[in-house]
Write a protein that binds this ligand. Structure first.
Ligand code: IMP
Length: 407
């Protein structure tokens, strides 16, 4: 059995918790994209953990966590996170492996990320400034440093000096002290796994692939240029592990409303006190940067778009409990665009010019309320994909299998 869990919106859908919950049915959780820009929050009882780089495997279980070549690794974040996880699961280190092909985010990448954002001014993307874009750019420029490079330090020094020299010339970044960097980062080599070993393990195991961000932030099919630099769509699985696999399930996760961090179009965004209310109810502040998230209503045209480009076979709704007690819930059912009505945007450039059309549905007291049942069935029908689960709260086990129309 192989499945992928991914976000159907602009990230922050609650994928971490869902991945952790589902992971007990699998042998390995594999991260295939992104880097420490991700912040997957998982709550076990009173303990809250934010996974930035380590796959959201269920702690204290036998599930392993692999990081594929499609991920860019900030070694300091990786080690700090492992240290935190170790306090709950003392043998976690033994379960984590990193592809020798994964690229390393260097301090100069974070410097470039900040500089580019500042130079873009009003046109900035609103990145997490974690160096993600520049690390992927250097991978494509064939200048990048890979986790496997820490196994041959002499050659690594040459590579580090080359990238440092070029980056200093092009971007005015601080010259890097290669030996100091190696001292701090060399520890990554303990976790390295070669591509053939990773491939065989993946092929012979039950694997849950864990997406980061969401389809709408995908470098190709997202709201370019207001996207991240990785392939967060399901297509990223193949690119992000380096070989093809057959997936049995494409599990798309979405929130009962919408949020976005950073710049870019957001047709159903609400402002003022309406936004404050959603933000405070849902504690919508970035898990990585602490930035307040922009908030809005559920957008069905965008959900249909994300389902279509991802091959989503089942959906999981999260954070509906955040809306408990609101008397009416709005849902965008289509867009008005140039005298036409769009059910699905043909491309995401149209988002700047669409006018959302809303339907207002009855709110619910709690998730046992028949109005909530109607809401779930309505969304599932309007999008044309089965709802497999509904998350009922922040903790790993706050989740129900959705039984459909029968009660
Ligand atoms: P970057 O990934 O840091 O380059 O940021 C690019 C865009 O993706 C910005 O709008 C970020 O706010 C957004 N982004 C990156 N990671 C996440 C995430 O995990 N959740 C939500 N938004 C994210």
């Amino acid at each position: 059995m192989k499945a992928v869990v991914f976000g159907l919106q602009w990230g922050d859908e609650g994928k971490g918790k869902i991945t952790t919950y589902l992971s007990r049915e699998y042998d390995i959780v594999v991260r295939y994209s992104g880097g420490s820009n991700a912040g997957h929050t998982v709550e076990y009882g009173d303990v809250k953990i934010i996974h930035h780089l380590i796959p959201s495997l269920h702690l204290n279980s036998s599930v392993k966590g692999y990081i594929g070549p499609g991920v860019v690794i900030d070694v300091e974040v990786f080690m700090k996170e492992l240290e935190e996880l170790r306090s709950i699961d003392p043998v976690v280190d033994e379960k984590i492996r990193v592809s020798s092909l994964s690229h390393i985010v260097l301090p100069l990448h974070k410097e470039i990320d900040g500089k580019l954002e500042d130079m873009k001014g009003e046109a900035r993307v609103g990145t997490t400034r974690r160096g993600i874009g520049p690390a992927y750019a250097d991978k494509a420029n064939r200048l990048g440093i890979r986790a496997g490079d820490f196994r041959n330090l002499e050659r690594l020094i040459e590579k580090l000096e080359l990238i440092s020299r070029i980056s200093e010339k092009l971007y005015g970044t601080t010259p890097m002290n290669s030996r100091e960097l190696i001292q701090k980062y060399e520890v990554i080599s303990r976790y390295v796994l070669d591509p053939i070993d990773m491939k065989r393990d993946i092929e012979n195991s039950r694997v849950l692939f864990e997406g980061t961000q969401g389809v709408l932030l995908d470098l190709d099919v997202g709201t370019y240029p207001y996207v991240t630099s990785g392939h967060c769509n399901t297509t990223g699985v193949w690119v992000g592990i380096g070989f093809p696999v057959k997936l049995d399930k494409y599990i798309g996760v979405f929130k009962a409303y919408t949020t976005r961090v950073g710049e870019g179009p957001f047709p159903t965004e609400v402002m003022g006190s309406e936004a404050e209310e959603l933000r405070n109810r849902g504690k919508e502040f970035g898990a990585t940067t602490g930035r307040p998230r922009r908030c809005g209503w559920l957008d069905l045209p965008l959900l249909r778009y994300a389902v279509e480009v991802s091959g989503c076979t089942e959906m999981i709704m999260t954070k509906a409990d955040v809306l408990n007690g609101i008397s009416e819930v709005k849902v965008c059912v289509g867009y008005r665009y140039n005298g036409r009505i769009l059910d699905v945007p043909p491309n995401l450039d149209v988002l700047d010019d669409v006018k959302p059309m809303y339907e207002t549905l009855k709110g619910w007291k709690d998730l046992d309320d028949p109005n909530f049942h109607e809401f779930v069935e309505y969304v599932s029908k309007m999008v044309g994909v089965t709802m497999s689960h509904v998350s009922t709260g922040p903790r790993v086990d706050d989740i129900e299998i959705w039984s459909g129309d029968d009660d």
